[in-house]
Design a protein around this ligand. Structure first.
Ligand code: GAR
Length: 232
């Protein structure tokens, strides 16, 4: 392992990163900033990324607090994690709204009422509209299980398998109107091995997601803090 990468991991994010994985960009200095950033997390599924954000905060790798978890699916497991870690959560079920716009408005309002500064889509299986995107310009990020711009949209892991690529991965990016298309913040590569099933590949990708998402949050948070100071 190269010395910069090793030093980085020792100093900042001491994760179990195996040598066959690649994260980029991987800075040698941690993105430090003050004061802590207020996060809103949007999730629809298991909430493993949500949990790793919480762990990064607990381990003092990420200077943040989670103001709210918003879920659109009342049965999603992310709720159990919110309860376990005593994070406030709210269910805003899209089925209760006639239009995407109304649902987006409700989500936006909740985030704004809580003065959320950075919104993290951590397995949010909904397309977000301009309502949310415009209110949180440069403050709305998403994690996607492919090396974008390859394999946008649903079932990205299966798409990669179907195309027989030998390397895939995950991407954290800013959210813009076109799905999975905003500027890339950080990516991790994951080789696909012949013995991999969709499930084992998913596990490998998620392991990398759990590393890069907290890192991306810190990077964006630092930008927010830096710009804020600059505007004063
Ligand atoms: C993650 O793998 C994330 O990349 C993916 O959903 C999973 C959520 O897992 N997101 C998308 O596919 C968005 N297009 P989690 O609920 O365990 O964090």
């Amino acid at each position: 392992m190269n010395q910069d990468k090793k030093k980085y991991m020792e100093n900042n994010l001491s994760y179990d990163l195996n040598e066959h994985s690649l994260i980029s960009p991987l800075d040698s200095e941690s993105p430090l900033y003050e004061p802590k950033i207020r996060l809103g997390v949007l999730a629809s599924g298991n909430g493993s990324n949500f949990e790793y954000i919480i762990k990064s905060i607990q381990n003092k790798k990420l200077n943040a607090e989670i103001s709210i978890l918003i879920v659109n699916n009342p049965n999603c497991l992310a709720i159990k994690k919110a309860i376990k870690y005593k994070i406030p959560y709210v269910i805003i079920n899209h089925r209760d709204y006639d239009t995407r716009l109304e649902h987006d408005r409700k989500v936006s309002k909740k985030l704004e009422d809580l003065s959320v500064e950075l919104v993290v889509m951590a397995g949010w299986m909904r397309i977000v509209g301009e309502e949310l995107i415009n209110r949180f310009t440069n403050r709305l990020i998403n994690i996607h299980p492919s090396l974008l711009p390859s394999f946008k949209g649903v079932d990205a892991i299966q798409q990669a398998i179907d195309k027989s690529v030998t390397i895939t991965g995950c991407t954290v990016h800013y959210v813009q109107k076109e799905v999975d298309s905003g500027s890339i913040i950080i990516q991790a590569a994951v080789p696909i091995q012949e013995k991999d099933s969709k499930e084992t590949l998913k596990q490998k990708i998620q392991k990398m997601e759990h590393i890069i998402l907290p890192l991306a949050i810190a990077k964006v948070a630092k930008n927010i803090r830096t710009n804020f100071k600059g505007n004063k």
